[in-house]
Design a binder for this molecule. Structure first.
Ligand code: IFM
Length: 791
């Protein structure tokens, strides 16, 4: 089956035309790709996520289906059992639940069930169209008895209506006249993950989390609902579906029940050449969002209103929402269609998976699968947030609001860890720490500094100081308190401020003293905290006083942050002329890359953690990430030397890594390497680079693709002065690159070709930027064009 780019335009009969740079197309059907494609064809709206399951289900000989429907932030808890526990280990895991599947529709043709494994499949195609935000399916099938039908479906998860999804299913009788039936199902129990020794896959659950409490039909028989309750969190969930029918001659709907599946059966008759259409509307509401007693009423209301407007109206709204999105976030690459397709797929995936209600966030696999159990990590602030900060900052703000909402839990966690202030969890859904393996979990305290880095970028990019005054500062101050309490002035390091027993971003090196990335990021945070205190004191005095009272902040603490930041220890190796990843990294033996067979990667699946920890080997960018994030703190020569040292030691076993290497490689002039890493990031899921797309898509890598274009090839940076700067380096094979960035209410368009770079304002007032180090003013009525030799 071909997932790659097909330049020939497809047009047959009444079917619409598709442009591949906006589409992902599956032609034919391969068993081994089935689960991966269910992830690739997932649809979502930041709240509901639906895997790309076939309406009729799938049970192949060698590969089956993971039927998946998820609601962001809807979870149950499960006790974590440690045969050998210790104080402060999290004792409950939260896991995003697979909720009832309501998109299933069976079709009977003269009594024979349509399925890809029976009869003859004369055509099978699926297309994910990123402009219309829909999944299309075209099938031509001949039943074992020789009756041919054409099936066309359109599916969407509404970007306009948080709780709504819809499937339109059309069938045409091609060579017969006869009886057909649709059986529209709702499956009350969904399977959880099977469990695996691969830590990236979710843990097996001991017992089902969703308990069916009640169900019922609307009087006309066309709407059906179920109410479930989660076993431990006791949340209520109402799943409801309603139907509209356009058939020449049909019977009244009848209730259907078979092997635990419940739903509605609709019998109808078609003459040869005639078509019938079923539209199914699906709604999910939970008591996490609304009072329990309102859930059914809300479900009825939204289904009724969707039924009145019809699928066409939802499709129209979907298109509008996407026109708005692409107007802000599209990247246009001329000369590299495969990468063009990839960057759009990734941007679209981020939109589909990111929570935007301030209560939810973005999981490592988004809403596309159960890998990492729906947990949110530092991936949010270091990867996804930049994308939203610079395209749709209103969503960026919501991601940060989530951290504010969970600040109390972070305070509690710091207390459990015997520290002052707040410590954010390494992995979480509702704010509690869910990491059961502390060396590559709780020990990654850098997440505090990452959140504050994301906050600083957001505030500088948007000018949204109100957010800083109302919420951000509290996060910043409480986490700064944590650092000053955690570190110590070490006489053995000349009295420098040291932070011990932490794990940096590289998860192949654990529990070390003075991880350079962590110390540098904490230093950055403490400076930001001091500046923020000053700014609030003068510009938001009421907020400042209120906050001080609320958290009992003393002015002397701000002086402590300043001193710790100024005295921060950052390990270096003078002999090698590089930063040491931590106090002991450079003393270890280098990993034997030559002697490691290709299929022993990722190392985490083939070696005990201690074997890995004993060596100089990286899972993912660590110091190299600091070279990028804190680029104004290093000279170009330092960037080159450090990159060259760490790059050969990095396995990129984490999908978060290649994009960072691409950005730094681009900055230091390693153009081919930059492109190679970029390719790996962009095509991570489309080409299943890490061979686990079936468990869900890699959302951080998806955001990394945006970063690698805008911050890599576009060379965009923004440091403490808040001025956007660009140092473009266009890949040799591209004709041009165009993207837009939001900055303090403006929308700046950047166009880069081999001959020139042009900046223009699509929205907003004049903007001062830097181009290759030189100051440039872009006026609303007059863009700036610079020939490439001006760089
Ligand atoms: O947060 C990441 C981590 O950096 C590497 N392992 C996977 C996590 C979730 O994406």
């Amino acid at each position: 089956m071909n997932m790659s780019l097909n330049t020939e335009i497809y047009a047959s009969g009444q079917e619409p035309l598709y442009r591949d740079e906006w589409c992902i197309r599956e032609t034919g059907h391969q068993e081994e790709d089935h689960q991966k494609n269910e992830s690739l064809f997932a649809l979502g709206n930041g709240y509901i996520g639906m895997r790309g399951n076939l309406e009729e289900g799938y049970h192949g000989a060698s590969g089956s289906s993971v039927i998946g429907n998820y609601l962001n932030g809807f979870y149950d808890t499960e006790p974590i059992v440690y045969p050998e526990g210790a104080y402060g280990y999290p004792d409950q895991n939260h896991a995003m639940l697979n909720v009832p599947d309501a998109k299933a529709i069976l079709l009977l043709v003269e009594g024979e069930l349509f399925h890809l494994h029976t009869g003859m499949v004369l055509k099978s195609e699926r297309i994910l169209d990123m402009q219309s935000g829909m999944l299309y399916r075209h099938v031509k099938w001949e039943s074992p008895a020789g009756h041919q039908v054409r099936i066309t479906t359109r599916r969407l998860v509404s970007l306009e209506h948080k709780h709504l999804a819809a499937v339109e299913y059309e069938v045409t009788a091609l060579n017969f006249s006869g009886g057909l039936s649709w059986i529209s199902l709702m499956n009350p129990v969904a399977a959880g993950p099977e469990g695996s020794s691969d830590p990236r896959v979710g843990a097996r659950r001991s017992e089902p989390s969703l308990l069916l409490e009640d169900s019922g039909f609307r009087e006309d028989g066309l709407m059906y609902w179920m109410r479930h309750r989660t076993r431990r969190t006791r949340f209520a969930l109402v799943t409801a579906m309603s139907h509209s029918l356009e058939v020449p001659g049909g019977e009244a709907p009848v209730q259907y029940s078979d092997a635990g599946q419940l739903g509605i059966r609709l019998d109808f008759r078609l003459e040869a050449g005639q078509s019938g259409k079923l539209t199914k509307f699906i709604a999910y509401h939970t008591s996490r969002d609304y009072p329990e007693e309102e859930l059914l009423k809300l479900s009825r209301e939204i289904l009724e209103s969707a039924g009145h407007g019809g699928f066409g109206s939802l499709a129209g709204e979907q298109r509008q929402a996407l026109d708005y999105f692409w107007g802000k976030a599209d990247i246009e690459i001329v000369g590299d269609p495969e990468m063009q397709q990839g960057v759009r797929f990734n941007a679209f995936g981020l939109l589909q998976s990111t929570g935007r209600d301030g209560m939810t966030n973005i999981a490592a696999k988004g809403l596309t699968g159960e890998g990492y159990e729906g947990h949110y990590f530092w991936d949010t602030e270091m990867y996804t947030l930049p994308f939203f900060t610079y395209t749709l900052p209103e969503i960026g703000r919501k991601l940060l609001e989530f951290r504010y909402r969970t600040l109390d839990k972070a305070r509690e966690r710091a207390a459990v860890m015997s520290q002052r202030g707040a410590l954010y969890p390494w992995r979480t859904i509702a704010g509690e720490e869910n990491s059961a393996y502390f060396p590559a979990g709780t020990a990654q305290v850098h997440i505090n500094a990452d959140i504050c880095y994301g906050l600083q970028q957001y505030v500088l990019a948007t000018g949204d100081e109100t957010f800083l005054a109302e919420m951000g500062a509290e996060i910043l101050f409480e986490t700064s308190r944590f650092w000053v309490d955690l570190g110590h002035y070490n006489p053995a390091r000349g009295g420098a401020f040291c932070i011990d027993a932490v794990t940096g971003p590289d998860e192949y090196t654990a529990i070390v003293n003075n991880n350079a990335y962590t110390n540098l990021m904490v230093q950055e945070q403490l400076r930001f905290a001091c500046r923020t205190a000053e700014r609030l004191r003068s510009n938001y005095p009421d907020h400042y006083e209120r906050l001080k009272r609320k958290i009992g902040l003393l002015e002397s603490e701000i002086a402590d942050w300043k001193r710790a930041g100024e005295s921060m220890y950052v390990p270096k190796d003078e002999g090698l002329g590089i930063y040491a990843q931590d106090d002991t990294f450079l003393l270890k033996k280098k990993w034997d890359f030559e002697g490691t067979p290709e299929n022993n990667y990722p190392l985490l699946l083939h070696y005990h953690p201690l074997v890995i920890y004993r060596h100089q080997v990286l899972k993912q960018a660590d110091l190299v990430m600091a070279l990028f994030l804190l680029g104004d703190r290093f000279t170009m020569e330092e960037k080159v030397r450090n990159y060259r040292y760490y790059e050969p030691l990095t396995t990129h076993d984490s999908s978060l890594s290649p994009c960072i290497h691409s950005i730094v490689a681009s900055e230091i002039g390693e153009a081919e390497e930059a492109y190679r890493y970029f390719r790996r990031t962009v095509r991570m899921d489309l080409d299943d680079v890490n061979k686990n797309a079936k468990d869900g898509l890699h959302t951080a890598a998806m955001a990394g693709a945006w970063m690698a274009v805008v911050q890599g090839f576009g060379g965009m940076r923004m440091y403490g002065d808040g001025v956007l700067s660009f140092t473009p380096a266009l890949p040799a094979g591209w004709n041009s690159l165009r993207f837009r960035v939001a900055k303090e209410g403006r929308l700046l368009e950047v166009f880069i070709s081999h001959e020139e770079v042009a900046y223009s304002l699509v929205e907003g007032e004049a903007l001062r930027i830097r181009h290759g180090g030189q100051e440039v003013e872009v006026l609303p009525e007059r863009g700036v064009r610079l020939t490439r030799n001006a760089l």
